[in-house]
Design a binder for this molecule. Structure first.
Ligand SMILES: Nc1ncnc2c1ncn2[C@@H]1O[C@H](COP(=O)(O)OP(=O)(O)O)[C@@H](O)[C@H]1O
Ligand SMILES: N[C@@H](CCOP(=O)(O)O)C(=O)O
Length: 315
């Protein structure tokens, strides 16, 4: 569920007035998502997404995310644009939370993507990078290696609930990653969370890229590694067909350099560890009362093990 904060229609009406919009015709809470509260709002014959930023988003980062969405949309890619108020502001407050009104994009995510959809995602990610490579926006990756060490230390022995010796295995993997993590690869603003649920498709074509709230400056090839892993089915026998398809779609559109290609095994291993850790710590620390069900970390542990073995074979 992703309505963490309830908002009344009267509050929404007064919020919309700031945009010169009439009172809403309909407001629906959106179940999908894990970080923020989202409502679908119909007003004046148009559809919008009203996002209330919840505790895990750092308010100081919001101008970066909103500017990146604006820049990517301005370059002609289907990124959701933040709407400006009559005073030209993108960030407002509602029900005590920072909030933005976002353009509603058509299409639906495909949660069971075919290799063809994975190739489309890879090709789209390459176009995204070709656009953001020109951006001067900057935000450090707060979900990088330092945070992986911090999350591992904070979770401590509780990590072993995902398997005997997992805590030690992570510590060893972190050492390996630190030793072989690349330097000097092409970098710029990356999405950093391009999973199937964050790409809207309409008749097989990308109609929207959403959820920029992990975006940051990092290696483009790291973003590619995230999406290769994210398109790998989480259930059934390990099947890397979609990951290969993401890579081939990307490489056809934005030729990888030799250095980027040779760094992929370590980047794939790092990205698998990153999503294992965030899901594992969500499971460990989720308050009992929460209505939100944390995602399963185990598929990402399996991916991390696979990529680590491949990395070790290459050493
Ligand atoms: N601009 C948009 N246009 C259409 N639907 C959207 C848009 N933004 C979000 N959504 C819908 O809201 C859901 C949750 O949004 P998301 O940004 O992923 O939330 P969270 O930040 O909580 O993960 C998406 O799965 C999608 O259904
Ligand atoms: N994509 C991440 C979690 C972030 O969730 P999102 O709903 O904001 O994309 C994962 O699957 O672990």
């Amino acid at each position: 569920m992703a309505v963490f904060t309830d908002v009344s229609e009267a509050e929404i009406a007064s919020f919309l007035a700031g945009y010169g919009l009439p009172a809403p015709d309909a407001v629906t809470g959106i179940a999908e998502g894990t970080e923020n509260t989202n409502y679908k709002v119909m007003a004046g014959g148009r559809r919008f997404i009203l996002t209330l930023y919840e505790a895990r988003v750092n308010v100081a980062d919001l101008p970066y995310f909103l500017s990146l969405m604006d820049e990517v949309a301005g370059a002609g890619l289907p990124a959701a644009r933040p709407i400006r108020t009559l005073k030209g502001e993108r960030l407002q407050a509602i029900a005590g939370r920072p909030a933005a009104l976002i353009e509603f994009l058509p299409g639906r995510p495909n949660m069971d993507p075919s290799p063809r959809d994975a190739e489309t995602a890879g090709s789209f990610l390459a176009r995204f990078h070709r656009t953001t490579a020109h951006s001067s926006l900057h935000r450090p990756n707060t979900m990088g290696m330092t945070s992986w060490r911090e999350m591992t230390a904070r979770a401590g022995d509780a990590l072993d609930r995902f398997g005997e010796g997992v805590r030690t295995e992570l510590a060893e993997t972190l050492k390996l990653l630190a030793r072989f993590w690349p330097v000097g690869l092409p970098k710029g603003p990356i999405h950093a969370d391009l999973f199937p649920d964050n790409l809207l498709l309409d008749h097989g074509e990308v109609s929207g890229i959403i959820d920029f709230y992990f975006a940051c400056t990092d290696f483009f090839a790291y973003d590619l590694a995230i999406t290769m892993n994210a398109y790998t089915p989480e259930t059934g026998a390990l099947d890397l067909t979609n990951a290969e398809a993401v890579l081939s779609g990307y490489d056809e559109t934005y030729k990888l350099t030799d250095a980027e290609r040779s760094a992929l095994p370590v980047l794939l291993c790092g990205s698998a560890l990153r999503f294992f850790l965030t899901r594992a710590t969500d499971n460990i620390f989720a308050p009992e009362s929460t209505l939100y069900t944390p995602k399963d970390p185990l598929p990402w542990l399996r991916l991390m093990r696979h990529h680590r073995a491949r990395l070790e074979d290459e050493l």
